[in-house]
Design a protein around this ligand. Structure first.
Ligand code: AVI
Length: 321
């Protein structure tokens, strides 16, 4: 019989929440912000004028589409594999260019959510029907490994939106090394990295006056309430953003406005908060060329090229093994 370790938790969300709220200082993992409501709030964030990342990357792709498509292309065709495809708004710029230039390729978006993939497939059918889409439902690395095993032609792996920024440097190296492990010599990784810039601009992007980012951050508490029978009063917490220009790390917190106790029935715990005690919820790392070079070195990748805008606000790098 298999030796199975039993955990007292009903899900990874329950276990991670228990760990985070019984630690000192308290923390929660940002990946759990993204349920249906979290996905919607993130869509709204991407449309906000303060959230410059979207328009910067959009403009870089638009301006360099021909060049990028040419670099991606291969005489024997290629697979364009996207990790975390979302609504594909930015990817469609590249897809349109590849179609216009009549390059031979398949588009393989990977996402954990079948719902996201269905919507993406549907919108592509309407907007760029020439694209041969093969959606891949699953986790990034398992799916990537499977694709690396069965697909023999060139792979171009796409990670847009500076999603890597939500990882610590150590996690980012592991993330890149995992991708590198699935790459062969002719393959490429095309990835977006938000850059260090005027600290005020960064703070404004993560602390909009309309309170969308606040709702996004607080969605962690809303999820704990609905899925783990918690009784957080979200109004008793403040959304707080910091940015350290030395390390390039933006951090999001929820700060308890008063001394309070919160019960989470499914975890069997009562969590005490001092007045002004923090829960750290997210990091959004900002980069420069030397940090990206260091991450690549650590992960066994080479930086081949970078595309940027006129203010160096954001960069899309091409890596090879
Ligand atoms: C998904 N990720 C790259 C976003 C970011 O910029 O860190 C998530 C986000 N958090 C607050 N606003 C947007």
């Amino acid at each position: 019989m298999k030796n199975q370790t039993k955990t007292m938790f009903e899900s990874a969300f329950a276990e991670d929440t228990y760990k985070g709220l019984t630690s000192y200082p308290k923390y929660l993992l940002s990946k759990y912000i993204y349920d249906k409501k979290g996905d919607k709030l993130f869509q709204q964030i991407m449309d906000m004028p303060e959230y410059y990342l979207t328009s910067c990357e959009f403009n870089i792709l638009k301006l360099n589409a021909t060049n990028i498509a040419e670099i991606f292309s291969s005489d024997s065709g290629f697979d364009l594999i996207e990790l975390g495809a979302g609504d594909g708004k930015k990817t469609k710029i590249i897809l349109q260019e590849l179609v216009d230039k009549k390059y031979e390729f398949d588009y393989l978006p990977i996402d954990i959510s079948q719902n996201v993939l269905d919507e993406l497939e549907h919108s592509l059918e309407q907007e760029i029907p020439e694209v041969n889409v093969k959606v891949q439902q699953g986790t990034y690395f398992k799916t990537l490994e499977k694709l690396a095993e069965y697909n023999t032609r060139k792979k171009v792996i796409l990670v847009l939106g500076s999603n890597i920024g939500n990882l610590s440097h150590k996690e980012a190296v592991d993330f890149l090394a995992n991708i590198a492990g699935a790459m062969s010599e002719e393959d490429m990784l095309f990835m977006g990295f938000d850059q260090k810039k005027d600290p005020q601009r960064i703070l404004d992007a993560y602390n909009d006056p309309a309170g969308i980012t606040e709702a996004f951050n607080k969605n962690l508490l809303v999820r704990i309430n609905s899925e783990l029978e918690g009784n957080f009063d979200v109004d008793k917490f403040l959304h707080w953003e910091t940015y350290d220009p030395e390390t390039g790390t933006a951090k999001s917190f929820l700060v308890s406005k008063e001394e309070q106790q919160v019960e989470i029935r499914k975890l069997g715990i009562k969590v005490n908060f001092e007045a002004w005690e923090t829960i750290h919820t997210e990091i959004s790392q900002k980069y420069d060329d030397s940090v990206v070079q260091w991450l690549a070195d650590e992960a066994g990748l080479e930086v081949e090229k970078a595309f940027t805008d006129k203010d160096n606000c954001y960069k899309n790098y091409i890596f090879r093994r």
